[in-house]
Design a protein around this ligand. Structure first.
Ligand code: NDP
Ligand code: 8X3
Length: 253
């Protein structure tokens, strides 16, 4: 059965790859992000390939706007089968005692509160229908802190806890909840973290073949296609030469 899949942060990286992979899987898509023009471009691309697409431009930190848009979805889009809670970011790599207050707030508001807002808005419908799947994009960073990543890692640890909490709360229903935890994925992530310093961002992926957004999107599609009685609760996806958030065997190291 083709599903209606809502993806946050669908304009780039893992979110965009999920849009393309779910489209190829025959699903219909509600694509959300902050950049209206990019959303329109992706919509054009996917509609051209026969996928039904609705776009919603909003910032996941704006809970009121998110609520308005989700509550006023056109009837034919109101039944969301899969929520891919992907929008998120890291900012900076300073020691925790030297970090930037505003950057902390942005990470916490986006990665934790934004993700929680989307679950709060979408999951009640899933529970009422006794059907649905929430995929939260966590990270290997949520398993253990690494130098300079304390606040980002804490947000991803929170994603794990919130995902586990939701799984407990919906366990009496047929709603499934998955925490997808990627390791190094080459996207715009490091560019954002280093404020557009592309040379510094490129160094993150030097001497190792990193994952791609497609690698993560393949797993996202796979977990939703598992039989109804199978709940893939958590998946850690690492590049072959990465063992943890801080152990990476680089060929140039
Ligand atoms: P990208 O920077 O390529 O994509 C991030 C996406 O999130 C963009 O579409 C971005 O939109 C969107 N976004 C950021 N802030 C907001 C916001 N406030 N409201 C709405 N959308 C927002 O990075 P990735 O694809 O790598 O990141 C996607 C997720 O994967 C994140 O949660 C990240 O933490 C996680 N992750 C990434 C890993 C990696 O190595 N790349 C590894 C593990 C997890 P905009 O362009 O408007 O900023
Ligand atoms: C992104 C992966 O290890 O760069 O969550 O923090 S990492």
């Amino acid at each position: 059965m083709n599903k209606t899949v809502l993806i946050t942060g669908a304009t780039s990286g893992i979110g965009l790859a999920c849009a393309r992979k779910f489209a190829a899987n025959g699903d219909r898509l509600i694509l959300t992000g902050r950049n209206e023009l990019q959303l329109a471009e992706i919509r054009r691309e996917l509609i051209g390939q026969g996928t039904e697409v609705l776009t919603l431009a909003f910032d996941v930190r704006d809970g009121r706007r998110a609520k308005e848009l989700i509550e006023r979805l056109p009837e034919e889009w109101a039944v969301i089968d899969v929520l891919v809670n992907n929008a998120g970011l890291a900012l900076g790599l300073e020691a925790e005692y030297e970090g930037n207050f505003e950057e902390w707030e942005t990470m916490i508001d986006t990665n934790i509160k934004g993700l929680l807002t989307m679950m709060r808005l979408v999951v009640p419908g899933m529970v009422a229908r006794n059907r649905g799947h929430v995929i939260n994009i966590g990270s290997v960073a949520g398993d253990a802190a690494y130098a300079g990543g304390g606040v980002y890692c804490a947000t991803k640890a929170a994603v794990k806890t919130l995902t586990d909490g939701l799984r407990i709360d919906v366990s009496g229903t047929a709603v499934r909840v998955t925490n997808l935890k990627p390791g190094l994925v080459e996207t715009n992530f490091s560019n954002t973290r280093f404020h557009g310093d592309t040379a510094r961002a490129a160094k993150v992926y030097e001497g190792i073949k990193p994952l791609t957004g497609d690698d993560i999107a393949d797993v996202a599609v796979f977990v939703t296609n598992a039989p109804d009685h199978v709940q893939i609760a958590e998946v850690l996806i690492l590049a072959t030469h990465q063992a943890s958030g801080s152990v990476i065997a680089r060929s140039n190291g």
